[in-house]
Design a protein around this ligand. Sequence first.
Ligand code: PLP
Ligand code: COI
Length: 338
Amino acid sequence: MENINWKEFGFGYTKTDYNVRCHYRDGKWGELEVSSSDQVNVHIAATGLHYGQQAFEGLKAFKGPDGKVRVFRIDENGKRLQSSSHGIMMAEMPLELFEEAVIKAIKLNARWIPPYESGASLYIRPVLFGNGAQVGVSPAKEYTFAVFVMPVGPYFKEGFKPTDYVIYREYDRAAPQGTGTIKVGGNYASSLRGGTRAHDEGYSAVLFLDAKEKKYIDECGPANFFGIKDNTYVTPKSNSILPSITNKSLCQIAEDLGMKVERRQITVEELADFTEAGACGTAAVISPIRKIVDADNKVDYFYGDEAGETSFKLYETLRGIQYGTIEDKHNWNTIIEF
Ligand code: PLP
Ligand code: COI
């Protein structure tokens, strides 16, 4: 593309050429619509606006050195949007319709897909919300789905360089039987106070603990947590964290690399036993953790100024699969046909 500096993109907003929408009315989904406007029409009494009846997804497409464009685990994001929809009683979008909309949005914005050499990728953001008028608290009858795309660089500006995370017990992201396992905006709203304070105090994100006992690790702001010890990949089991597709992939990659994988509760004290730790997610990819500061107890858990060997291997393998330089033996990629 014309003089574009692919290195300049973070996770702000970049307007691309087109987005794709679809409306649910009278009990059924309509046709996909293409728009070049980045505004959407929202009813003044929409449940998405008043009662948080809203969910989103995040996935990425990558251009490989072979020139092919691959989208990573699109079916998993489609299924997770269905699970989010189920959780807050929104109309569920059929998987095929979700995939068609996402692929259409990628193809219509082909010139915005970053070249391989840039190390950047195309972030895809589907969103679904109640857009029917409903003032009593109950599910809407009408829904709007939209998907836009934009080129992105690393979520945490340091990229693969380790950064610091913090535990503050005074903030919770989600309740144990609440909405923590689905991708609804309310979870992000409740993370803003702690997250902003963490940034102001020089940390990348908050490492949230379980809201009930404040004993176990939940997740890292917009990413899951993992720790490494004795050739084992350990990641939290919790009923208030988002089931990360990146984390699920890393568990498989770790196994493929001959490591043991444990998904179980992790106490705060166990942070001292890991030799490496990281945050993982679509946006975060793998963001290695330099240190975790338990701000309430004035304890630091330190993992190193440089990324550890295992985190590096996991990162290289994941990126290799996504960019098509390592065999995609689990069929995670969908190749976009132009
Ligand atoms: N946890 C939270 C709270 C997130 O927002 C995300 C991002 O989607 C993740 C974890 C990572 O999930 P995934 O790997 O599916 O992107
Ligand atoms: C993602 O990784 O896609 C996320 O949702 C993180 C974020 C930007 C909220």
